[in-house]
Design a protein around this ligand. Structure first.
Ligand code: HEM
Length: 541
């Protein structure tokens, strides 16, 4: 019966290249045991099937892996193909149907309502929070990385980004960096881990079967901790908002300069009515998840890359001196962050090789015709953003880390998509980039970032990870060092074994000498431009 029902879909999906299937299980048994194996298998198949879209079957679920820019353009620009694939169902118990997981009319209305929350002025307020928390982060790093300690930077970053998102989304600091053992902080970490771990587990994936696993009760407890925490803050905030709007004074808490995302939601309306508490909960929780797990990966991989690529780090430090002048310990302004052009290239390149969101999923609610091929109703489309960064037709020597490439080989719009594109692109893109740049800028000015062991410096600028055909990967694996990351890609990209590095505080006189030299150099250049003959005469003299 099932075979008959899928026959039409099978015929159309199998027009795409892909591995041979086995009855009932499809290709499920070939996918590997964990998120890291799956990532490697996907890259291997992509090479095997002509570096183009390919299909695979998990039981009777048809999956098409999309890497072709033409297809990506069609899918991401569509106003109707916006339903998320079933992997996002794992997020429903926690996030409900917020912006990330909802679809149809609800999504359209909420997207329109939320877009102004990332207005330039609001971002500037959020930048203050980012600066405050980066300063606390630096203090903490000085403590944990003292005496040449090797630290897991991925782990440390998690607490920083949690602090930033709690403060900006809910207006409540939870001090995760200081209270990393608190129940709520643990709950955030456990929940993100849980979702990633369940995503590819055949039995844990569905709520019904997950109930029979021993860890289910712990999961329920974690879920309740998070729901209670967010609901509690929302209730208090709603009460305060009602009181203040009744008073209608100018000096109220909600007309103050710095508004949290939650405050903006309280004063927003949909179809002329205020949002319900459930809607507010869904959107705030969505921001809490999407706004911290992704940036953890973004900051952590960027700093890890600094540790392995000293030449790029030197260029970044030079730029910091040029933009910030002699006082490198102060906060960078919004404008100064925008002026850090090499930092921008560096983060772009970091997101190419280690995109925080490696795959996104869509589900076809009807047949779609793309480039002359029919994609049948009921298919899961996995848009492989991570593969785009390793396509040598777009990026020459993709395993070489080279930020300058973004000045020279500009990819076309659908050939590089770390924040997706089209109507369902990342609404928090500017927020995320601002946060990553603020943190990385402060780290470069305070520390020299070193690899876990000196010999791990990349000599030819090649990455310490490999994503490609099986044979080459196995050769690479033989030389893998225990401190080289093992990439694992589910909802966000992580390193299974952490991101290890050392931090050495920059000595004041080194900073002073560097800044003085750059200032002197800039001064000389200017005087040459203004008084060329006089300057030349002086130099000759
Ligand atoms: C490096 C950091 C980040 C990256 C790489 C990233 C990437 C993405 C991508 C690829 C999507 C599309 C997801 C999909 O279609 O399923 C997305 C959606 C989204 N992102 Fe981000 N994101 C980042 C940070 C953030 C931050 C900081 C926030 C909030 C403060 C945020 C909020 C959202 C939301 C709400 C959506 C859903 C948008 C919609 O469907 O309308 N993201 N993000």
């Amino acid at each position: 019966y099932i075979e008959l029902r899928v026959a039409h879909r099978r015929r159309l999906v199998n027009k795409f290249n892909g591995p041979a299937t086995v009855p009932i299980v499809g290709n499920g048994f070939q996918m590997g045991k964990n998120p890291s194996d799956i990532l490697n298998q996907v890259f291997n198949w992509w090479h095997q099937y002509g570096k183009d879209n390919f299909r695979f079957w998990i039981g009777y679920y048809s999956n098409i892996l999309i890497t072709n820019p033409k297809y990506l353009e069609y899918i991401l620009s569509s106003q109707t193909l916006i339903q998320k694939s079933d992997i996002y169902d794992l997020l429903h118990p926690w996030l409900g149907f917020g912006l990330l997981t909802s679809t149809g009319k609800k999504w359209h209305k909420h997207r329109k309502m939320i877009t102004p929350s990332f207005h330039f002025n609001i971002l500037q307020d959020f930048h203050e929070v980012m600066n405050e928390n980066s300063t606390k982060f630096i203090k903490k790093l000085k403590r944990v990385a003292a005496n040449d300690n090797i630290i897991d930077f991925q782990d440390q970053t998690h607490y920083l980004t949690l602090d930033v998102i709690c403060d900006t989304a809910m207006g409540v600091p939870i001090n995760a960096m200081e209270n990393s053992d608190s129940k709520v902080v643990h709950a955030f970490k456990d929940m993100c881990y849980n979702i990633n771990m369940r995503a590819f587990h055949p039995f844990k994936r569905t709520e019904f079967l997950y109930r029979f696993f021993p860890e289910y009760s712990k999961y329920c407890e974690t879920l309740k901790t998070l729901q209670d925490f967010t609901n509690d803050i929302i209730e208090k905030r709603v009460e305060a908002y009602k009181l203040e709007t009744n008073k209608k004074t100018d000096s109220n808490e909600f007309s103050r300069k710095k508004m949290a995302f939650l405050d903006t939601l309280l004063s927003s309306t949909i179809d002329g009515r205020p949002l319900t508490n459930v809607e507010i909960y869904e959107e705030v929780s969505t921001f809490m998840f999407e706004g911290h797990d992704t940036t953890t990966s973004g900051v952590a991989f960027a700093v890890y890359l600094l540790s392995r690529h000293p030449e790029e780090q030197r260029k970044l430090f030079e730029e910091q001196c040029a933009v910030m002048g002699s006082d490198l310990s102060r906060d960078a302004t919004f404008q100064e962050i925008a002026d850090m052009k090499y930092l921008d290239l560096f983060i772009k390149e970091a997101q190419r090789v280690y995109p925080s969101v490696p795959f996104i999923g869509r589900y076809t609610d009807k047949d779609y015709e793309i480039d002359g091929t029919t994609i049948p109703k009921g298919s899961t489309l996995n848009l492989a953003l991570i593969i785009l960064g390793y396509d040598e037709r777009t990026f020459k020597d993709p395993h070489v880390f080279r930020p300058e490439r973004f000045e020279q080989e500009r990819p076309a719009p659908f050939e590089y998509l770390p924040f997706s594109a089209g109507p369902r692109n990342c609404i928090g893109q500017k927020f995320a980039l601002l946060e990553i740049k603020t943190v990385v800028s402060k780290i470069i000015r305070t520390f020299q970032v070193l690899p876990a062991l000196d010999e791990l410096i990349s000599k030819d600028n090649r990455l310490s990870t490999f994503l490609g055909p099986e044979e080459e990967r196995l050769k690479f694996e033989q030389k893998r060092h225990k401190y080289d990351p093992i990439l694992s890609a589910v909802l966000t990209l992580k390193s299974e074994n952490g991101l290890h590095l050392r931090l050495k505080e920059r000595v004041i006189c080194e900073i002073f000498l560097f800044c003085s030299l750059s200032t002197l150099f800039a001064y000389l250049l200017r005087s040459f431009a203004e008084f060329p003959l006089l300057s030349l005469a002086l130099c000759l003299y």
